[in-house]
Design a protein around this ligand. Structure first.
Ligand SMILES: C[C@@]1(CC(=O)O)C2=NC(=C\c3[nH]c(c(CCC(=O)O)c3CC(=O)O)Cc3[nH]c(c(CC(=O)O)c3CCC(=O)O)/C=C3\N/C(=C\2)[C@@H](CCC(=O)O)[C@]3(C)CC(=O)O)/[C@H]1CCC(=O)O
Ligand SMILES: NC(=O)c1ccc[n+]([C@@H]2O[C@H](COP(=O)([O-])OP(=O)(O)OC[C@H]3O[C@@H](n4cnc5c(N)ncnc54)[C@H](O)[C@@H]3O)[C@@H](O)[C@H]2O)c1
Length: 215
């Protein structure tokens, strides 16, 4: 399986099943998409502001829900395998992606896994165990989260630096060398994480060192 990032802004995500798992998926996708959760009952959990609709569709009814809402992704998170299968068929029939919460292992194209995700600003790290061990994915996500502390700010800082170095006419090889040095600089990370010094000034110092007398 190859990880790809997908922009769900402005899209609909249709979730079948309002249990703990349906709620977790709803929360995740509601950060970006319009989420509709269809279920006869709902766990006492946070659904991330998703629209909740009380219904217990039979497999044929599942198809109708998918036709009516035209989702980019269908999440099958019920405890009824026949309903989850119907959700997968209906999604495929309309060219939507499907996430089967009740399956692990190999998948056909269009059947996607939701990875454990750590985020800091625009920086996102996604971890999958190929479905083998979601608990391990969660544990590793917790560890990666602390590694990412400050990464979003460094991404913003280096985006500005790239623009400035281009504008000032530095050769591509020089620019790459400078940006690589900044993202690897312990003093820039420390400045961002502790606030003890100014990160931009630390970055400028690193760049002056890599550019020699050029800047
Ligand atoms: C990462 C995360 C994302 C999310 O869902 O948001 C996620 N599962 C999470 C937690 C979690 N899930 C389970 C446990 C209990 C401990 C354990 O069993 O390990 C815990 C831990 C807990 O709850 O503490 C049980 C479980 N999960 C699946 C099955 C079905 C099966 O295996 O057949 C069963 C057994 C059900 C049963 O036995 O009845 C299936 C899937 N779960 C996936 C993702 C996909 C594979 C990801 C990968 O490749 O690693 C996949 C294949 C499909 C999918 O859902 O996309 C999220 C952590 C979020 C975070 O905190 O960061
Ligand atoms: N992916 C994961 O991380 C993960 C973790 C645990 C379990 N699971 C799997 O996901 C499934 C859901 O887990 P859960 O803990 O949320 O279970 P759950 O039993 O708490 O919730 C299932 C929900 O589906 C609803 N439902 C039943 N028939 C329906 C229908 N026809 N249409 C819509 N909704 C319907 C139920 O009313 C209930 O609200 C489990 O059966 C298991 O196979 C996945």
């Amino acid at each position: 399986m190859i990880p790809l990032y997908h922009d769900f802004a402005g899209e609909t995500v249709l979730v079948f099943g309002g249990g703990r798992v349906g709620a977790r998926k709803a929360r995740r996708f509601a950060a970006e998409a319009e989420v509709i959760v269809v279920s006869p009952d709902f766990a006492d959990d946070d659904f991330g502001g998703a629209e909740r609709v009380r219904d217990a569709p039979a497999p044929d009814g599942v198809e109708e829900w998918v036709a009516r809402t035209d989702p980019a992704l269908v999440v099958a998170a019920t405890d009824d395998e026949a309903v989850n299968e119907a959700a997968e068929r209906a999604a495929r029939g309309r060219g939507a992606l499907v996430n089967r919460a009740d399956e692990s292992g190999g998948r056909e194209a269009g059947s996607v896994v939701v990875p454990a995700t750590a985020t800091d600003g625009d920086v996102t790290a996604a971890i999958s165990t190929g479905g083998a061990s979601p608990a391990l994915a969660k544990y590793l996500r917790e560890r990666v989260e602390s590694e990412l502390d400050g990464a979003g700010a460094i991404a913003d800082l280096t985006a500005d630096l790239r623009t400035e170095l281009k504008r000032d006419g530095y050769a591509p090889e020089k620019r790459r060398e400078a940006v690589r040095a900044v993202v690897r600089s312990p003093s820039v990370w420390k400045a961002l994480r502790t606030g003890e010094s100014n990160p931009r000034q630390e970055a400028d110092r690193v760049i002056r060192n890599t550019m020699g007398g050029d800047r």
